[in-house]
Ligand binder design. Structure first.
Ligand code: NOJ
Length: 553
């Protein structure tokens, strides 16, 4: 039986619109579960946790990259797009994992990294071995360097992780890397590059993959002159209106129109979601049905815990996605940002920008009100899971995990830290392996030491500590996801008239979500209480920073 067959015969509905209101759980494979005890999570580890994922009640998983990689950027430096990192397993392990997920009714989304490969990719090695002007170099972005021997970058551009964006190769040329120097950017004007990615999309789709999360979707096509490149100041000043030399150029959508043809070769069509940190008004182009079909909005992720801010963001994104014929996405946490249970504990400092700056600047544990952060995170999640659209959940948020702070410098892995120490503490704190058990080596993550250090008190967040425990964050997620499935129908939402600092909306069938964003108890609306993000008080009030789901007739 092929995977395509298992997909058809398994517990998956054939509904082509399954993605529109899906709860998608992001797995960062190297930190999820380690089956072979080498300290790195792996694909057999994921397979062993399928019963957990099924019980959680999600509709799909999205796997961050599991491809062969030197881990210069946590796997977003891909050596080979059509294979599995041997430390994480084999293609057969992938097939077994996908079959087990499908049998449990869970779809599989994989990460595709088309902006850059790793410097160990066979094409980049060939490019280095080949001379200037060769077909091999044409697959990447090489330009003549400045200085007597071309040893200086052709422009003063910076990589997004800090440091120069061009690296010299020693023969008078330099190559572009928007990220780490181990991540050379592809040349998307090159038909070989385009054809190879279509091959990769088919490779995974043929193996039964249901969809793709597209990394840095807004950077693929570029317009970089051969000589006299614009300088950094000119780049920074250039509007993002479709004509920027790097970001969000109009012709990137020609690539996605080609991909859409590939997606539509399958039944149901494969889905895709764009990671495009671009201007809000340019997101619909990624989300339309002739393109990738859905685009992340990271608006709630960047917002403070504030009723007005939430309402504005939700209204805007629902209207925008629906105008594009898509459904929107909600996300508070992922492998790139400080976990929201911690972010929401920051505002207590009185610094209104704290939550935002923290995305970039890392953690100062002394500034976090842990209890408040978790309380708000739970309230925010319950609100999110009542919204129309897809909810993207990040592994560990169902345990209420905080950001791990205080990782010793020598144990850090994120290139953002090494390239830009002065500014960023990096993203390792949200990538620490999950605690499954309350004690033992790596808290049940594996039989050995975890590849990033777990804090001593991690056991209190463990799955084993929360499973079956009334009121735990894990049980809240389980109940909410179960109810969401039962209650969800069409994508409509109506706002309720509420007092300032509170937010309420109703969905079809009398399903109401009501959130108190304030620091004081508020009047609880009428209706049958279905679920609350925290204990309700006896006087029928809704406590501070709490969401409740009600059924109103
Ligand atoms: C976005 C990914 O989410 C991030 O982890 C990665 O570092 C960059 N893209 C570069 O691939």
């Amino acid at each position: 039986m092929t995977l395509q067959d298992t997909q058809n015969s398994a517990g998956l509905s054939p509904d082509a619109n399954w993605w529109r209101q899906a709860a998608v759980y992001q797995i960062y494979p190297r930190s999820f579960a380690d089956a072979n005890g080498d300290g790195l999570g792996d694909l057999p580890g994921i397979t062993s946790k399928v019963p957990y994922l099924k019980e959680l009640g999600i509709d799909a998983v999205w796997l961050s990259p599991f491809y062969p990689s030197a881990l210069a950027d946590g796997g977003y430096d891909v050596d080979n797009y059509r294979d599995v990192d041997p430390r994480l397993g084999t293609l057969e392990d992938f097939d077994r994992m996908a079959a087990a997920l499908h049998a449990a009714g869970i779809r599989v989304i994989v990460d595709i990294v088309p902006n850059h490969s790793s410097d160990r990719h066979e094409w980049f090695k060939a490019a280095l071995a080949a001379p200037k002007g060769s077909a091999e170099r044409e697959r990447y972005i090489f330009r003549d360097g400045l200085g007597q021997d071309g040893e200086l970058p052709p422009a003063d551009w910076e990589s997004l992780f800090g440091g120069p964006g061009w690296t010299a190769v020693g023969d008078g040329q330099c190559y572009l890397h928007l990220f780490a120097k181990e991540q050379p950017d592809f040349n998307w004007s090159n038909e070989e590059v385009r054809a190879d990615f279509r091959k990769t999309l088919r490779f995974w789709s043929d193996r039964g993959v249901d969809g793709f999360r597209v990394d840095v979707a807004h950077a693929l096509t570029k317009d970089i002159p051969l000589t006299e490149l614009p300088d950094k100041a000119q780049l920074d000043a250039h509007p993002w209106d479709g004509t920027h030399p790097i970001w969000d150029r109009d012709e990137v959508h020609e690539v996605y129109a080609e991909w859409r043809e590939v997606f539509n070769e399958y039944e149901p069509p494969r889905i895709a979601v764009a990671e495009a940190w671009t201007n809000a008004d340019r997101r619909p182009a990624y989300a339309r049905a002739t393109g990738l079909g859905q685009a992340f909005n990271f608006d709630l992720l960047q917002a403070d815990f504030d009723a007005e801010a939430f309402k504005k963001i939700i209204s805007f994104n629902l209207a925008q996605a629906s105008a594009a014929g898509s459904s929107t996405t909600w996300v508070y946490s992922n492998h790139d940002v400080v976990r929201h249970a911690t972010r929401y504990g920051l505002e207590a400092t009185g610094d209104p920008d704290a939550a935002k700056t923290w995305l970039l600047q890392g953690a100062d544990p002394a500034r976090v009100d842990v209890e408040l952060g978790l309380r708000r995170a739970r309230a925010a999640t319950l609100l999110e899971l009542a919204l129309p659209g897809s909810a993207y959940l990040y592994q560990g948020e169902e345990l209420g995990l905080p950001e791990v702070t205080g990782i010793p410098d020598e144990q850090r892995q994120d290139p953002a830290f090494f390239r830009n120490k002065a500014v960023e503490v990096g993203r390792d704190g949200c990538r620490v392996p999950l605690p499954w058990e309350t004690s033992g080596s790596s808290f049940g993550f594996g039989s050995g030491e975890a590849h990033l250090p777990q804090p001593k008190d991690f056991g209190r967040y463990a799955v084993a500590a929360q499973s079956g425990v009334e009121g735990s964050t894990l049980e809240l997620y389980r109940e909410a996801l179960k109810l969401r499935r039962e209650l969800q129908s069409d994508e409509s939402l109506s706002w309720l008239a509420t007092e300032s600092g509170t937010l309420g909306f109703s969905r079809p069938n009398g399903w109401v979500s009501f959130t108190n964003f304030t620091a004081q108890a508020q009047q609880l609306p009428a209706g049958e209480v279905l679920l609350a993000s925290g204990p309700l008080d006896a006087a029928g009030q809704l406590p501070a920073a709490t969401t409740v789901w009600l059924r109103q007739r």
